[in-house]
Design a protein around this ligand. Structure first.
Ligand code: ADP
Ligand code: MG
Ligand code: ZN
Length: 616
């Protein structure tokens, strides 16, 4: 069978995505490859398709048990024989799988790196014909990566022991050159073909909000995705608990995940989310590695994460099926302070010598600054991210909140001068909140305690709304008219540039959102959402999928992805042929579920017809 047949018949897709074909071809020619492609772009297919075409066995090295389980069950569902060997198997299961493997039953076997050098596995591998070693999440081999795993270093030794060197392919979503060089060097890739595909994920809608009430903003987002799955990321365990509890109290199906829970509960909650038993996952950044769930329709960051690498990785879990998904970041000034605290108290850095620690801290602070700028930029958000990763976008994507908002240049000189004067007259001792509360004339205990109500600037900007004052304050920091100390207190200080503002003829201009336009984009979005929800056929197909998934004890998206169901709603197949033309429906899956889904569509169409013919 050729690669196109495999793609169609087993995976049910019509065409390869960017980069896939080239990687597959080179692997088949016997060349080493390195695929650097963003999360959700389809890296697995690049080693799975050749695995079923090459003579011999493909070993896939993967860091997480959940990842292996998911991919192996997806392959078996598609009618392709695959197995995994890791610590989740009992001893007898393990030996049984090994003996099947020796008989050549599985063209593709997933192995945990810790297994590679064990006697039992080596015994098998030295006898077998190993055609390829595919290293998934290859950045785990680099100490510069975010998730260094020492056990990955065993891969190189293992390959060296094999009587015939197999093709070695490596895949990662991490693009920095340091990590890339490490992968090539440590794995010993030979003249690899390096394929890097774009970092853009055009189906993700990006937005940043600075709401007064974060919970209300979150609730709003959830309400615009009724019945759909989403992830809510919080910076701290405590906040995870709080938010999850509130959502549950509001009658929403939410579960939680953080490092403070027992292994058992984490596994249980993660499964609830994967199997669509819980719609919302509230979690710290501990959650998500190895989650292949394709129907996550929104990712809300309840706090700003520590850097854009983390942010990009976390929003990457939305919309893996290629259908639209929303990524909303809820910013507040406190997030900067919390992240700053984490940077200063990073226990991982404790083993380092003072000099290294200083360098690492400096680097982390710089990353935090760039992340913070993301929350304040009025330019295209997608472009900002792409540039950060060294790609050049078009400056305008038309699909992020900033591109959809109209801005106007506003003269904020007067407010700027008052804020700067307030910092000066209070002798540069306070953070942004005290300064803002002073100029707006807030009558709080704190202000009275600090005697800021006696400050000459007290109440001078009482007519400007607070959120505007915050925007202006941030603008002044971003443009260097003011600065904020790099510690937990975040004290506002004057700079050399501060004085310019009081000089004759100085004008501080700033982009501000035109309010009514913003309303319009919001409405447009809800209309879109309504249309999606309206889709009664989709709901029926989804219910059928859930029923089948429960019977088979697999996650629903393993049966068919959301994208496949959506495509079914467009095609409305009534025959086998039409059903096979749906993206994601291969012959094998058709044999298994095709008729059931056809019946569902037919029944629905009949009902529609009847309704249309009935007199009003
Ligand atoms: P990655 O490992 O790069 O994060 P995956 O391999 O998990 O991504 O693939 C993400 C999703 O894209 C999966 O649901 C997969 O079935 C789908 N996919 C992969 N290749 C194609 C293709 N050529 N056409 C349509 N969907 C694809
Ligand atoms: Mg992957
Ligand atoms: Zn944009």
């Amino acid at each position: 069978m050729d690669k196109y047949e495999i793609l169609r018949k087993y995976f049910g897709y019509d065409s390869f995505r960017q980069g896939q074909e080239r990687l597959i071809d080179h692997i088949l020619e016997g060349r080493d490859v390195l695929g650097i492609m963003p999360t959700g772009s389809g890296k697995s297919l690049c080693f799975q398709v050749p695995a079923f075409m090459m003579k011999g066995i493909t070993l896939v090295i993967s860091p997480l048990i959940s990842l292996m389980k998911d991919q192996v069950s997806a392959l078996n569902q598609a009618g392709l024989h695959a197995a995994f060997l890791n610590s989740s198997l009992t001893t007898s299961q393990y030996y049984k799988a090994l003996s099947y493997a020796s008989q050549g039953r599985y063209p593709i076997i997933y192995v945990a790196p810790e297994r590679l050098l064990t006697d039992s596995f080596l015994n098998f591998a030295l006898q077998a014909e190993i055609a390829m070693v595919a290293v998934d999440e290859a950045h785990c081999i680099s100490q510069w990566g975010q998730d260094f795993r020492p056990s990955y270093l065993k891969i190189t030794e293992f390959i060296g022991l094999l009587p015939r060197r197999p093709v070695v392919s490596a895949f990662t979503a991490t693009a920095t050159s340091q990590v890339r060089e490490d992968i090539i060097r440590i794995l010993g890739l030979r003249d690899p073909d390096i394929v890097t595909t774009g970092y853009d994920r055009p189906n993700l809608y990006l937005e940043v909000q600075t709401p007064k009430d974060k919970y209300a903003a979150l609730k709003n987002c959830i309400d615009s995705h009724p019945g759909q799955c989403g992830i809510v990321y919080c910076l701290t365990r405590k906040l995870v608990e709080e938010v999850c509890q509130r959502l549950n109290q509001d009658g929403l199906s939410a579960t939680r995940y953080h490092a403070g829970l027992s292994d058992q509960e984490r596994q249980h909650n993660q499964d609830d989310f994967i199997y669509d038993r819980a719609r919302i996952m509230v979690a710290t950044n501990a959650f998500g590695m190895g989650i292949d769930k394709s129907n996550v329709r929104y990712v809300v960051h309840y706090n700003m994460p520590k850097n854009l690498e983390s942010y990009f990785q976390e929003i990457g879990r939305a919309g893996r099926d290629g259908e639209p998904a929303d990524c909303l970041l809820l910013y507040s000034g406190q997030d900067v302070v919390t992240n700053q605290f984490f940077i200063e108290h990073n226990q991982e850095n404790e083993a380092m010598d003072a000099q290294t620690r200083a360098v690492v801290m400096e680097r982390d602070q710089e990353r935090l600054r760039k992340m913070t700028f993301y929350c304040f930029t009025h330019d295209c958000l997608r472009d900002y991210i792409l540039r950060y990763f060294g790609e050049y976008g078009s400056n305008y994507c038309g699909k992020c909140a900033n591109c959809l908002t109209q801005f106007e240049e506003a003269d904020v000189t007067e407010a700027a001068a008052a804020l700067i004067r307030c910092v000066g007259t209070s002798r540069q001792r306070y953070g942004t909140n005290v300064i803002i509360d002073t100029v707006r004339g807030a009558n709080t205990a704190k202000i009275r305690n600090y005697r800021m109500d006696e400050n000459p600037c007290y109440g001078t900007l009482s007519r400007v709304p607070v959120y505007r004052l915050r925007q202006i304050m941030n603008h002044l920091v971003l443009t260097g008219y003011l600065t904020v100390t790099n510690d937990a207190y975040a004290i506002v200080k004057l700079t050399e540039k501060s004085r310019e503002v009081t000089e004759e003829g100085c004008q501080v201009m700033m982009k501000m959102a035109r309010e009514p336009e913003k309303e319009k984009t919001k409405k447009k979005k809800t209309a879109d959402a309504d249309r999606a929800v309206d889709n009664a056929l989709f709901e029926r197909l989804r219910a059928l999928r859930l029923q089948i998934a429960r019977e088979q004890q697999v996650p629903p998206y393993i049966v068919f992805s959301d994208k496949t169901l959506a495509h079914m709603c467009v095609i409305r197949p009534e025959t086998k042929e039409e059903m096979l033309s749906v993206s994601g429906v291969g012959e094998f899956k058709y044999e298994k579920y095709g008729e059931q889904f056809l019946d569902c569509v037919r029944t629905w169409l009949k009902k529609q017809e009847k309704m249309e013919n009935e007199p009003e």
